[in-house]
Design a protein. Structure first.
Length: 456
């Protein structure tokens, strides 16, 4: 796929500029593309932070079992601050410790965003100004060290996949699908499903850190980078039917069309993913519904959709889970445009503010789209973001104590449409809009099925 960056002059000058700086000499050779052990990863992130101090911030969302920090590098024109109407995006890499390409791609992406911002690249500058981007290169630093100890050539299919306690983190999130599939039949809650009371004791430290992260930031769009296949996989991962060995059934979300489009954005911007034939498998257009491929429970992408406002897909990026360092440059070139194009998708659909009569923002208001049985909520600043494909939609916003408000909106293919709502206080004594917001739990605990050793 052709790069859509247009800086011909810069491209001509770049090699010269690189040769003039000590660091550039390394960057000019593919020798810059190496695997990064934990210490090197940390150093790489802090080096980007010092190169681009005004648009980056590093923070830790917690520690792994062995005490390694789960570092996030944030890009924004105001790092550390949520600005109303600026959507939050995240990339998560290396959840399976032995699937290492995502980790390296995210380090390269961080360097690239910083360098291009400094070089005045318009597209990147705009992205950083309009988006708050969070990059977690490794969700499983302990597993990575186990895999890296063996090195690329000798890495077994599963060595280092789990965390230090050998728990598969993509089978470790609370299972909210069972609850949703039950609610679907009874017209129950369709978003922000309740967690089991003791969820914190049921999950690994890495998973807990990521869930706390999701609770603290209003993420809108995300991707989770894996390896072992080449395909963009979208929710649901968990089948609606009880699993019968070998049987695969498509498990669509209410946002199925949108998820397909998000997955295709990546596969078509990737150099070969969209071609479909990869690693001995065939996926039409380089995308697949998770359950259609093979069903899995307690995965991260379904959890994002069912517990937060975030739409997440799972990207399988290489046949070889631990490719040799010599393959990294080519992989970066194959994924660069896709990583940027996917990020830009966070700017589609409808967004706006929810105010009360006195222009105070209302957080946690529920935004429903007629015909799509998946609501989203406004963030702490009263802003909401509803990803949608082009079309005409009817949105209804409701919040406890207010009269609901309904508006029509037509979404085009370009930037998100801005649509604000002002909710009138409900007359005293009425109790409208409070239709079973919190139909309380009775969480069914689905037993963990034997770990499926596939890429996801
Ligand atoms: C919506 O609210 C934002 C933030 O207060 C404001 O900047 C914008 O002009 C409003 N848009 C419309 C169409 O009222
Ligand atoms: Zn994986």
């Amino acid at each position: 796929m052709e790069m859509r960056f247009t800086w011909p002059l810069l491209l001509l000058l770049l090699p010269v500029a690189l040769l003039l700086s000590g660091q550039g000499v390394r960057a000019a050779h593919t020798g810059d593309f190496q695997h990064h052990r934990y210490e090197e990863l940390v150093r790489a992130l802090f080096s980007v932070q010092s190169e681009c101090p005004y648009v980056t911030r590093i923070y830790s969302i917690g520690r792994s079992v062995e005490g390694r920090h789960l570092y996030v590098l944030e890009f924004s024109d105001n790092p550390g601050i949520h600005e109303a109407l600026e959507p939050e995006f995240k990339y998560v890499g290396n959840m399976h410790g032995n699937e290492v390409l995502g980790r390296e791609l995210l380090i390269q992406l961080a360097k690239f965003l910083c360098e291009e911002y400094r070089a005045g690249n318009e597209r990147i500058t705009r992205l950083i100004h309009d988006t708050r981007i969070h990059i977690l290169p490794s969700m499983n630093p302990d597993g990575y060290e186990v895999a890296a100890q063996q090195g690329p050539e000798f890495n077994g299919y599963l060595v280092g996949r789990g965390n230090f306690r050998e728990v598969d983190l993509n089978r470790n999130f609370p299972d909210l699908n069972a609850l949703l599939y039950y609610y679907e039949k009874s017209n129950g809650r369709n978003h922000h499903l309740p967690l089991p009371d003791n969820w914190e004791e049921q999950v690994e430290p890495e998973t807990r850190a990521v869930i706390n992260w999701m609770q603290n930031y209003n993420f809108i769009l995300s991707a989770n980078l894996h390896g072992g296949a080449v395909v963009a996989n979208y929710p649901f991962d968990k089948s609606r039917e009880i699993r019968i060995r070998g049987k695969t059934t498509y498990s669509a979300t209410p946002d199925d069309k949108l998820f397909k489009k998000l997955a295709k954005t990546y596969s078509y911007a990737h150099s070969w993913m969209h071609k479909g034939w990869n690693c001995g498998d065939y996926f039409e257009e380089g995308i697949t519904n998770g359950a259609r491929w093979y069903s899995l429970s307690k995965g991260m992408q379904d959890f994002n959709y069912l517990y937060t406002n975030c739409f997440e897909i799972t990207l399988e990026l290489s046949c070889d889970k631990f490719p040799p360092a010599s393959a990294l440059h080519k992989e970066w070139m194959a994924n660069r445009e896709a990583l940027i194009s996917y990020l830009e998708q966070v700017h589609h659909g409808v967004k706006g503010m929810i105010y009360d009569d006195n222009n105070n923002p209302i957080s946690d208001a529920v935004i429903a789209v007629a015909g799509i049985n998946h609501d989203i909520t406004s963030g702490a600043d009263g802003d909401y973001f509803r990803l949608l494909l082009p079309g005409t939609y009817t949105l209804t916003v409701s919040a406890p104590g207010y009269q609901a408000s309904t508006k029509q909106v037509t979404v085009g293919p370009a930037e998100a449409i801005l649509l604000n709502f002002t909710l009138k206080t409900a007359p005293k004594g009425t109790n409208q809009n409070l239709k079973s917001q919190h139909s309380k739990k009775s969480q069914t605990t689905a037993k963990v099925s034997a770990a499926n050793p596939g890429p996801r």
